[in-house]
Write a protein that binds this ligand. Structure first.
Ligand code: SAH
Ligand code: SF4
Length: 370
């Protein structure tokens, strides 16, 4: 059986263009060779794409003019079209709505801190997992993003930052979709982002957030790169968690925590748990104590986030008082936890409204201020 490669898949018919960001390093090499160019040209091209963040072929000065022209005729670097940008009033958070080449839309966010610039990436158009408190979940699933579509979100913000002399320091997969339900493309994007011949981001600066897809977590445990793992837990027991995250029926809480323990043992990286506090649903002191028992002995950190209300959902975020009470209880029981605010909630686009306001589209974006 012959294996189909990215080159076969991208074998452009008449008039079709090749999306260069879809190639891994070695696939790019094969493609450049197939175009009759020497191998070192692919290294140069790769370095332009991910090291120099070239938006087009014009400026690739060490490539011969004839090659640049040919590339311009047959290949694309940029396929995402920014439709709308929303900036928070403090100017620190920028949310961008992109159109994909098939007209679907996704959101990505850039969060600036004093010493960090974090991008929050989407991995799917919509999500199939239907968490009841999540606007992306409400919108249903349309399709997976490709590796190139994931990468391009990053490059877009990296170019913007570079103009100001800055760079992306952290990447979080906390945008639309479930990264572990789109493992291949997500992992290819991560391998490209961490490649020292190009973008050269440390794997430890990348965090994958998952609702708890156990086979995906197990697969991550076996990878060489030490990416961070965040698990969106939100409840200490199956019964309650099922009402928030229906996937709990397939992947129950205790098994999920066991997979997290293995992740820690294999990777030596502390796992983060996201816990969105819903008023009088999962925010009692008793539930905090239950959570502490569940996580006992696991080196981890819990991020407490008051739920962001989503239209059509009956739930509200917990009051400050209840958030503080939960936080104190956890810390007293020896579980490290921090109260987080969701960045960008005030730019209306806070939780997917940007996408849902775009004619005919629904969506969500949930990026933590960490
Ligand atoms: N599918 C992955 C990653 C995308 S969601 C996951 O579920 O982890 C990113 C984060 O936003 C998750 O922690 C998710 O639970 C959280 N989230 C979604 N809707 C939210 C809301 N309305 N309020 C607070 N957090 C929310
Ligand atoms: Fe999907 Fe994550 Fe939203 Fe759940 S919280 S519906 S897994 S994007």
């Amino acid at each position: 059986m012959t294996r189909r490669t990215a080159i076969d898949e991208q074998d452009p018919g008449a008039g079709e263009r090749v999306a260069l960001l879809e190639f891994t390093h070695s696939q790019l090499q094969d493609w450049v060779l197939s175009q009759g160019q020497p191998r070192y040209r692919s290294d140069q091209l790769y370095s332009w794409l991910y090291g120099s963040l070239a938006p087009d072929f014009e400026g690739m000065r060490n490539l011969p003019q004839s090659m640049r022209q040919r590339l311009g005729e047959m290949a694309d670097i940029q396929r995402l079209a920014p439709l709308q940008d929303v900036l928070s009033s403090d100017g620190l958070t920028r949310k961008t709505l992109f159109a994909l080449s098939d007209g679907e839309t996704i959101e990505s966010v850039l969060m600036r801190y004093e010493e960090r610039n974090t991008v929050c990436l989407s991995t799917q158009v919509g999500c199939s997992l239907g968490c009841t408190f999540c606007a992306t979940g409400h919108s249903g699933f349309t399709r997976n993003l490709s590796a190139g579509e994931i990468l391009e979100q990053t490059l877009y913000f990296a170019r913007e930052l570079r103009e100001e002399g800055h760079r992306i320091t952290n990447v979080v997969f906390m945008g639309m979709g479930e990264p572990l339900m789109n493992y291949e493309a997500t992992w290819q994007a991560i391998e490209t982002l961490t490649d020292s011949r190009g973008f050269n981001l440390g794997a430890r600066r990348i965090t994958i957030s998952t609702v708890g897809i156990i086979p995906g977590i197990e697969r991550l445990s076996g990878e060489k790169l030490q990416v961070g793992l965040a698990v969106s837990l939100h409840a200490p027991d199956d019964e309650l968690r099922k009402t928030l995250a229906p996937i709990t029926r397939r992947y129950p809480v205790k098994k999920l925590i066991a997979a997290c323990r293995t992740y820690f043992e294999r990777k030596g990286r502390r796992v983060t748990f996201e816990y969105a506090l819903v008023d009088r649903l999962n925010d009692s002191l008793q539930q905090a104590a239950q959570l502490a028992i569940l996580l006992e002995g696991l080196l981890c950190h819990v991020n407490l986030i008051p739920l962001n209300p989503v239209p059509g959902s009956p739930w509200r975020g917990s009051s400050r008082e209840r958030v503080r009470g939960f936080h104190r209880k956890l810390n007293r029981l020896g579980v490290n936890s921090t109260i987080r605010l969701r960045r960008g909630t005030e730019i209306e686009a806070g939780c997917g409204q940007l996408r849902s306001r775009w004619p005919g589209r629904q969506g969500a974006q949930n990026c933590l201020s960490s």
